[in-house]
Design a protein around this ligand. Sequence first.
Ligand SMILES: [Zn+2]
Length: 146
Amino acid sequence: MEHLSIDPRTVDLDAMIDRGIQLHGHERPFLVAGIRMGLLALDLLQSPGYFGIEAESDAGSTLPLSCLSDGIQVGSGCTVGKGNLRVTTVCRPAVRFVDARGRRLTVELRPDIFDVFLRDNAEKTCTLAREAPVSRLFLWEWAKTP
Ligand SMILES: [Zn+2]
């Protein structure tokens, strides 16, 4: 069977978020932001997702921040089960991606958005996570090649 792929420019975001909720169990801003973070990484790396890309999430295992890593699985196709998603215990809303060519990218939730997600109600913050432009939600940086 051939590998699936994700095209971040044509994906049906609402349908993908619905699949994320099915996996994760509730709709929360860090889940939605993780999905969009994964899609952004695929777009920037021009990666088809699922394979040939690795992610290391600093979102830890404490709710609500840890919801981010399930979003990363849905949005990027990097999964714990394939071994191309690792989760650290740093507890920051940041994920490092590396593709098959060794290009390294870090995507992080903007600090003010992180604060809003922690403070405001789920309905309001989920709408923000769904609808805000990626540049409003995230900061990203390419790592210098050694
Ligand atoms: Zn959650």
